[in-house]
Ligand binder design. Structure first.
Ligand code: ZN
Length: 274
């Protein structure tokens, strides 16, 4: 009798913990956000995030809260002897958390760690070049988000991108947009959207814009969106995100529908930050 009561109690406790877990996480994050934001952190972000001071006070406050949670929940690992500094963590967190201003309440849930290489790193890949021929290739990489729970970045590239904020390319925005895309387990250029009806609009706009970019590239026309976006729909979403944050005015001028779609998804008007 006592034995079965204990078993029932344990099972009940486990069920209660599972049910309460989202509430506990929310509560913990709320408390993290209540901590004072260190002035040194603020100074580093002011220095390294070119649009930081263009954010409204409310956006800046919310971004700081997301950064605090991000730094507690994600692990940073230096590779090739790189010593991870406060500056590196804050810079990467600040840029990545711009994508969380839509307040979905998710912090890249699949991501556990961010690996930082000092500069461009190389990956040896086995590639099938013909039916029976397999080749080993050494690919240069600036960043990637294709492994399950990791984002890999080159610090040299991160720094280059913050010095060239308006060129429409940013490895951190790019890789973390992939994280949003992969949150549902698939990398197909469709992140988790707010309402069911949003998927139809998303598919219509993104398919048309992706096709247009592919066409423009084929016709060798100049494009606002980087040509890398024509690789596949997943890359298109990542590159469109970079363009939305770095070249909002040009995106609005040439691709108003896409700008509006990004604006609704990210719940920000990046033109105001120009
Ligand atoms: Zn990519």
């Amino acid at each position: 009798m006592l034995k079965s009561t204990i078993i029932f109690l344990i099972i009940g406790l486990i069920i209660a913990l599972i049910l309460l877990s989202p509430l506990l996480i929310r509560k913990r994050r709320y408390l993290i956000k209540q901590r004072p934001f260190p002035p040194l952190w603020n100074a580093i972000i002011e220095n390294n995030l070119p649009i930081y001071l263009r954010l409204s006070p409310d956006e800046r406050r919310r971004l700081q809260g997301h950064i605090q949670v991000f730094l507690v929940e994600k692990q940073f690992i230096g590779c090739r002897g790189l010593q991870v500094t406060e500056e590196m963590k804050l810079t990467i967190a600040a840029i990545a958390c711009l994508l969380l201003l839509n307040e979905r309440g998710q912090y890249f849930p699949k991501l556990r760690s961010i690996l930082i290489y000092p500069r461009t790193y190389f990956v040896t890949q086995t590639v099938a070049v013909d039916n029976y021929i397999v080749e080993e290739r050494r690919d240069a990489r600036l960043g990637e988000s294709w492994t399950k729970d990791q984002v890999i970045l080159s610090w040299e590239q991160v720094k280059y991108d913050i010095d060239n904020w308006r060129d429409g390319r940013n490895v951190v925005l790019h890789e973390f947009a992939h994280q949003l895309d992969q949150e549902d387990g698939q990398a197909e250029g469709v992140p988790i959207l707010h309402r069911k009806s949003d998927y139809t609009i998303w598919s219509k706009v993104m398919t048309a814009e992706y096709k247009q970019l592919c066409n423009d590239i084929q016709q060798e026309r100049e494009t606002v969106i980087d040509s890398y976006g024509a690789t596949n729909p997943a890359e298109f979403f990542a590159v469109a995100t970079e363009t939305f944050f770095e070249k909002p005015q040009k995106l609005m001028d040439k691709h108003q529908t896409l700008y509006k779609l990004m604006q609704v998804y990210y719940q920000i008007d990046s033109i105001l930050w120009v």
